[in-house]
Design a protein around this ligand. Structure first.
Ligand SMILES: [Zn+2]
Length: 354
């Protein structure tokens, strides 16, 4: 018989978090499914949360929002899932019926109890089990030919990077600059490549990220603002014009400034990062040079497309999986991933081991 308690990573307020014994989730609504978490990650947002960087987050709360599960129980209204299915899950839960959901702005679902797992919505996935309300809306069966690790990032960082490329409207032959070569930035580069740009330039201050971008072929050139005059070099490479498109994946004033100053007149800046602090945007300069800015939260309905691209071998994000350990070691993961130690790009969490 299954125990009534499980291990979970619980946030108890800024600076206070740890592995706790908590009740195993139960079906509460007819559209619920319960999943056994087979693989999850620690995300940059989790690190912001535990440091108190997102003060709106309620607590206690189980963290985690990027994951795959095996369905172990379904409510009577669930239609598309069955017990035993292995699915990739979107980081966002949503009702599918409110005015925002009908417009595809799922992250702003107005119905109480929905929102991002482990941030503003239901309990998160850094646990043995997770409850998924209206699970039909955002759980996608993992194709037979793929592993959970192959599709793990579809529900969060890969969707975000892909959306950055969509907003930038990358065209064949263009020069694309991706500022921030963390997981989202690396996913943006990987998916920008599908559109045949002439050059992808990665910008970051962390050498292991730039190395990953070059080694995997995600980027053609890597620039480090700590050593290089990034904007000057990009202008030299583009006959003094600037890049056609810049994608901002870091979320700081200096990284926004690079994205802004490196783009050409008439170019596009696409922003998929979260800014912890207010940022100054030179709107008059943007107006005068016809530079357009787009930003937004990635819609998660691209997951089936991304899975098809992975199945066809067009996208492979396995290079991000530098670290992998059971839930038992998650505190070490928060330290190593959170403090950018050991060249860690992503910390993967496998099930609790007894
Ligand atoms: Zn809704």
């Amino acid at each position: 018989m299954m125990s009534a308690y499980m291990k979970a990573m619980v946030y108890h307020g800024p600076g206070k978090y740890g592995l706790n014994d908590v009740p195993v989730p139960k079906i509460l609504e007819p559209g619920d499914a319960i999943g056994k978490v087979i693989l999850s990650t620690i995300s940059g947002s989790d690190i912001h949360i535990v440091k108190g960087g997102i003060p709106e987050v309620r607590y206690p709360l189980i963290l985690g929002h990027e994951f795959c599960v095996e369905i172990i129980e379904i409510g009577p209204a669930v239609r598309n899932l069955k017990v035993g299915d292995r699915v990739a899950v979107s980081c966002i839960t949503f009702c599918g019926e409110c005015s925002n959901c009908r417009q595809g702005i799922y992250a702003r679902c107005k119905t109480k109890g929905y929102g991002s797992f482990g941030i503003f919505g239901p309990e998160g996935c850094q646990a043995e089990f997770v409850r998924m309300p209206k699970a039909d809306n955002y759980c996608y069966k993992i194709p037979e030919s793929l592993t959970p690790q192959d599709v793990l990032f579809c529900g969060d960082v890969l969707s975000a990077g892909y959306f950055g490329v969509e907003m930038a409207d990358v065209q064949p032959g263009e020069t694309v600059v991706v500022v921030g070569a963390g997981p989202v930035g690396l996913c943006a580069m990987t998916t920008a490549r599908l559109r045949n740009p002439s050059k992808i330039i990665a910008v970051d201050t962390i050498p292991c990220r730039l190395n990953a971008a070059l080694k995997t072929g995600a980027a053609d050139l890597a620039l480090n603002p700590a050593a290089d005059d990034v904007v000057e070099i990009i202008r030299e490479l583009t006959d003094g014009l600037g890049a056609d498109k810049t994608i901002e994946c870091a979320g700081l004033q200096p990284t926004f400034d690079i994205a802004f100053n490196a783009v050409r007149c008439g170019g596009k800046i696409s922003i998929v990062s979260i800014y912890e602090r207010p940022v100054t945007v030179p709107l008059n300069k943007s107006w005068a040079a016809n530079i357009s800015l787009s930003w937004g939260f990635a819609p998660i309905d691209r997951i089936p497309v991304l899975m098809k691209l992975i199945e066809k071998g067009k996208i492979d994000t396995n290079f991000l999986c530098t670290h992998k350990a059971p839930l038992n070691e998650i505190m070490r993961g928060y330290d190593i991933f959170g403090n950018k130690k050991e060249n860690c790009l992503k910390w993967l969490v496998t099930p609790w081991e007894t």
